[in-house]
Ligand binder design. Structure first.
Ligand code: ADP
Ligand code: TYD
Length: 215
């Protein structure tokens, strides 16, 4: 279906995704790729409105899942699939693995219902699913992520959850990574920034950084 490459960044809040995604987009552009940098929840005008509701309004886990999948449907149809069809690199800050990790792991919501929604929303029209080609998973202990967040920003609705919640989210990511080991690269994000960047570079470009290419 596509000539492009679909890369997602995943991890618990405060893992360091945002710290590296712009640098990765720049490194890909320097190689001549057209890069679409986007995010979930969000990525279209409709999905950004759903994101605001999602991050601010209290709701149950099924409502959370329905909102993120509704936004994902719009994002895929109007932005991600056209970009991939045009041969672009799509760099997405979170995708469906976050739903399995947060709503499935964190909230304890039924993963078979999430899998059904995934099948409907991500159908590629040829009997398969649109999924990232590569998922870079920033993994670190929730206590470390919480310290980083506390130093950096005010907490949104999800970020106010306790450490046990983020332990379950992390376990949710681990399950997804185990089930789809070809697609996932786990990065130990509890390391200095330049070491994490080198790992991101290796995951995407398949080779170590040249000297002076820090992120
Ligand atoms: N390797 C690192 N070591 C220490 N602090 C970091 C590291 N990477 C990112 N940070 C800091 O941690 C905070 C959260 O990082 P951020 O990139 O916003 O995470 P995320 O996008 O995954 O929520 C920011 O203040 C950032 O500067
Ligand atoms: C994509 C997605 C995100 N989320 C959560 C994870 C984050 O706590 C929140 C927003 O993600 P994010 O954009 O990473 O937040 P920030 O800009 O504050 O770093 O949404 C879900 O619960 N389910 C999902 O399917």
């Amino acid at each position: 279906m596509s000539g492009g490459r679909f890369i997602s960044f995943e991890g618990i809040d405060g893992a360091g995704k945002s710290s590296h995604i712009d640098a990765l987009a720049a490194a890909l552009r320097a190689q001549g790729h057209t890069v679409l940098l986007t995010r979930e929840p969000g990525g279209t005008p409709l999905a950004e409105q759903l994101r605001s509701l999602f991050l601010q309004q209290p709701m149950d886990a099924l409502t959370e899942a329905l909102l993120v999948f509704a936004g994902r449907r719009d994002h895929l149809r109007t932005v991600i699939q056209p970009a991939l069809a045009a041969g672009q690199v799509v760099l997405c800050d979170r995708f469906t693995d976050a739903t399995f990790a947060y709503q499935g792991g964190g909230r304890g919501f039924d993963a078979t219902v999430l899998a059904q929604l995934e099948t409907w929303v991500q159908a590629d029209g040829a009997g398969g699913l649109v999924q990232p080609d590569l998922t870079v998973w920033f993994d670190l202990p929730p206590a470390v992520a919480a310290q980083r967040r506390a130093a950096a920003r005010d907490a949104d609705r999800l970020e106010r959850e306790d450490l046990a919640f983020f332990d379950r989210v992390r376990a949710g990511y681990a399950r997804r990574a185990e089930a789809d080991a070809q697609r996932f690269v786990r990065i130990d994000a509890d390391q200095p920034r330049d070491v994490v960047w080198a790992a991101v570079h290796q995951a995407v470009f398949g080779r170590p950084l040249a000297a002076g290419q820090g992120g």
